[in-house]
Design a protein around this ligand. Structure first.
Ligand code: AMP
Length: 220
């Protein structure tokens, strides 16, 4: 099964994607995580994209798509994948569609997480990330056991640079302009499923499992 998660920053896609990927044995491809890890490791790619990401802008399509293609070609992806944060504009969606067609693969579901803008701002300002292993926390919905410390590796929890309020506003602007046209795009392809992202983590998870257990789902 091949899935795309679509929705604004802070909607909870990443949290759900990790669980769903585990449940259905899918390779979780989170382009934001891949890019952040390149920035943290100070690789050539990281140096190239650091500035763009800290402004809240999109990294150039060809850079992101080459990372995605590299992952999709891996053996771990052949059983199925979950794209989280990609595509983010129409040209990425077209490039992905062409690539999958060439490989005789397809997307089975595109899930669109709907949420109000106030809720996004509330969640993003409460989000923390481990500076070492990148695990995600939310001070309201998913706090760490010990304040400021990662449950998994003991790393320090920080506010992502692009979760500062002025950058959140820019990311939402970019999302509206670049990413929302994908809702219509995938609706026209008959792939779009909507889920209410305002609910509790567990409720959303159950809703997702219902979508993926639809009787008409055909394994590729
Ligand atoms: P995310 O963790 O998905 O919110 O992504 C964080 C940042 O990484 C975004 O604000 C962009 O700068 C960059 N990024 C992630 N995915 C993409 C993508 N598909 N296309 C362009 N830039 C991306």
């Amino acid at each position: 099964m091949n899935i795309v998660f679509l929705g604004p920053p802070g909607v909870g896609k990443g949290t759900q994607a990790k669980r769903i990927a585990q449940e259905y044995n899918l390779d979780h491809i989170a382009t934001g995580d891949i890019l952040r890890s390149a920035v943290n490791k100070d690789t050539a790619l990281g140096r190239k994209v650091k500035e763009i990401m800290s402004r809240g802008d999109l990294v150039p399509d060809e850079v992101v798509f080459s990372l995605v293609k590299e992952r999709l070609a891996k053996a771990s992806c052949q059983k199925g994948f979950l794209l989280d944060g990609f595509p983010r504009n129409i040209s990425q969606a077209v490039a992905l569609g062409d690539y999958l067609k060439e490989k005789k693969k397809k997307i089975d579901h595109v899930v669109y997480f709907e949420v109000t803008e106030e809720e996004i701002i509330r969640r993003l300002s409460a989000r923390r990330i481990c500076s070492s292993c990148q695990a995600n926390y939310n001070l309201i919905t998913q706090p760490p056991k010990e304040e400021g410390i990662c449950n998994f590796c003991g790393g320090k929890l920080i506010l992502r640079r692009d979760d500062y309020p002025e950058i959140i506003r820019e990311r939402l602007r970019v999302y509206q302009k670049e990413t929302t046209p994908l809702v219509e795009y995938y609706q026209a392809e008959g792939l779009l499923k909507k889920i209410n992202g305002n609910g509790k983590i567990e409720e959303i998870y159950q809703g997702l499992k219902e979508i993926f257990s639809e009787k008409n789902y055909v394994r590729n």
